[in-house]
Design a protein around this ligand. Sequence first.
Ligand code: URA
Length: 226
Amino acid sequence: MKPLRLDALLSRYGYCSRSEARAWLKAGRVTLNGKALVSHSDKALPGTVLIDGEPVEFPDGLLVVLHKPADYVCSHDPGEGPSVYDLLPPRWLKRNPVVTTIGRLDKDATGVLLITDDGDLVHRWTSPKHKVAKLYEVTVDADLPPGLEALFAAGTLMLDGEDKPCLPAKLEIVGAREARLELTEGRYHQVKRMFASQGCTVTRLHRSRFGDITLDGLAPGAWRAL
Ligand code: URA
């Protein structure tokens, strides 16, 4: 991170707009080594200043894991109902670049949801090229058909409307209607569509791991910095 102009710094990290920054600085709210920094055009390293006596939040970029509860959408559109972004501190939503989820979970799905302001990370962790494994716990409405592990592992399963088969996926059957599925790609509604292609409707979907990251006891709706 390079030194930033103080008005740019305050708006970059979501504290206030660039135009409000002059008043924040005049009021002595930004300090370095105990001294107020009052000129908006002065520069400082984000990790070195205090704002209202507190260090800048995530000066080198934000990455957190949220335990997504059911009934929240992964969308910035307020028209879509309660959003996972409502579960985060409001200041994060004013950061620039904006915070975004690394991939999405459906409204009814729960579990590990990563949130960051680092666009490169989003690309690296969602591109199938990088093969980041995601583990899903699945319950379906009918007994799982025989041979499903081999079918999902084969890398030949074609989903409706797609022109390439799904990459090989690891399925572990844990009950007549329960399984764990590990995917290294993230197509639209992929887990539900894979099971639907075999006559099973997913009734519960929980992501328990994304790469190496698990919830580790995090309560639904709570987040933890990574
Ligand atoms: N697959 C789905 O069908 N839904 C999700 O939310 C994630 C993966």
